[in-house]
Design a protein around this ligand. Structure first.
Ligand code: MN
Ligand code: MN
Length: 466
């Protein structure tokens, strides 16, 4: 027989807030569902390394579930499933609810762009019989992490004849990949004296793309010429076509289980596909929602959400406006009654770097989806800060549904900071709170999450949509 709990223990259990590892109390069923969900998530990751690829993969999955392209002039009724493709870089999925839209909609917003190396508009050059590309990094990266790892290429050339040519090279085992070279330690005496953030400088992130000269010994730049000749044969492009292209280099790694216990996933681009995928699956698997439910997968979050595919633009409010007009109500009145989960990652506590975190308010792996009441930096600057009432509503919902969750801040008050799309949606008059998955090595080429937290985030958004 178990020992009876003391009065002190019982009082502690009643009064203390003491979050625990969610795997301790999770049923075998939940752990099996976690495994199953994450297998599919890994496949999604491997197919969705850029925002364009994530849009394509998501739309393919949605079409299989009966989603059709949105027509603003069509009248939709309860249960209709639609998607709005914003320039192949951002996408909205929605199911029309049974309640009138004037009651507001439920939004889950995640982003599908991730830090990476973009090509400069005029990138190609030859130096010392090697051909290289100049890059301009996208998003907040620690530049030294992007050298000496295999990189693959994805993107488009918009050619002068009006065609858009898609390129993808490096993902398949039989394809070549690319690399940014770094200095050997033997000769890095001077480099080693640089500060870490200058260990590799922006103009040193040059990608090695060839070394074979065109067969002619009377001209210069023969390696570059040979590369352009290969590109002409394969893609029918010339050097000038780089001027109107979007070419992104991303790590070639596939998503892999991490640990002897396989409880985690290492991959490129968890931030923020680890929230985008649960938000996508939640709308795809929803049935007959009362309120209209809206999953947004946005672009440009990593560079501040500006631009016509980022959430600081009007594409979300115009979409709501279109839906509202069909029910003869102005969009702002729908937004005013709407609620949103801004689904984005938070930093997980890393025992190797405990100094930047404040333990009572740091997210831990395996403690479930993390609610982040506010982001920002230097005294809550640049954040929307969710209201106590709205956090209370979400907290009640989670506990009622028995979903494991935790609260988190992004590091110590003065350690730094960051932001999400939350404030852009809050600025439309919507109730918004951040909720997502804790990540180790965020913004690195190989980020780590716990499978359990991924599944809890899916359960959260699904519950929110009910
Ligand atoms: Mn993010
Ligand atoms: Mn990020």
């Amino acid at each position: 027989m178990a020992k009876e709990k003391s009065k002190t223990t019982l009082l502690k259990e009643e009064l203390f807030y003491a979050p625990k590892n969610g795997r301790l109390k999770a049923s075998e069923d939940v752990l099996a569902q976690t495994e199953c969900f994450c297998e599919d998530y890994k496949k999604f990751l491997d197919m969705s390394k850029t925002e364009r690829l994530a849009v394509r993969t998501s739309i393919e999955l949605a079409r299989q579930k009966g989603f059709c392209e949105f027509d603003p002039d069509k009248k939709y009724s309860a249960g209709d499933k639609i998607y709005f493709n914003n320039r192949n870089k951002a996408v909205i999925f929605a199911i029309i609810g049974s309640e009138p839209i004037s009651n507001g909609v439920k939004i889950a917003a995640a982003h599908i762009d991730s830090p990476r190396l973009d090509l400069k508009p005029n990138p190609l050059y030859e130096d010392s019989e090697l051909a290289l590309f100049k890059t301009h990094y996208y998003g907040g990266i620690k530049k030294y992490q992007w050298t000496a790892i295999p990189l693959s290429l994805h993107g488009v050339f918009a050619k002068k004849d009006g065609t858009v040519l898609e390129v993808s090279l490096g993902e398949n085992d039989d394809e070549p990949c690319f690399v940014v070279t770094d200095l050997l330690p033997h000769l890095a005496v001077e480099q080693s004296k640089r500060k870490l953030n200058e260990g590799i400088k922006g103009e040193e992130l040059n990608i090695l793309i060839g070394s074979h000269p065109f067969k002619d010994d009377s001209e210069s730049e023969l390696v570059k010429l040979n590369i352009l000749n290969l590109l002409k044969e394969k893609y029918s492009i010339t050097e000038a076509d780089f001027l109107s292209a979007e070419l992104e280099f991303v790590p070639t790694f596939k998503a892999k289980d991490i640990g002897f216990d396989r409880s985690m996933i290492g991959a490129y681009g968890h931030d923020d596909r680890v929230c985008a995928y649960p938000a996508l699956m939640a709308v795809l698997n929803a049935t007959n929602p009362k309120k209209t439910i809206v999953t947004i997968l946005a672009d440009k979050e990593e560079v501040g959400s500006d631009g016509n595919t980022g959430l600081n633009s009007a594409f979300l409010s115009y979409f709501i406006e279109d839906l509202s007009r069909a029910q003869n109500i102005p969009g702002y009145r729908v937004l005013r009654n709407s609620k949103c989960l801004s689904a984005d990652v938070n930093a997980a506590f890393d025992p190797t770097f405990p100094d930047v975190a404040e333990r009572k308010n740091a997210a831990m792996l395996n403690r479930g989806a993390v609610i982040t009441k506010y982001t920002g930096s230097r005294g809550k600057s640049d954040t929307s800060d969710a209201s106590a009432e709205y956090v209370g509503e979400i907290r009640t919902m989670l506990d009622k549904a028995n979903i494991t969750w935790q609260i988190g801040e992004l590091g110590k008050v003065d350690a730094g900071g960051g932001g999400t799309v939350a404030k852009y949606i809050a600025n439309l008059g919507v109730d918004v709170v951040d909720l997502g998955v804790p990540v180790l090595s965020m913004h690195s080429p190989f980020e780590v999450v716990a499978k359990f937290d991924v599944y809890m985030t899916y359960l959260t958004i699904s519950e929110f949509y009910k």
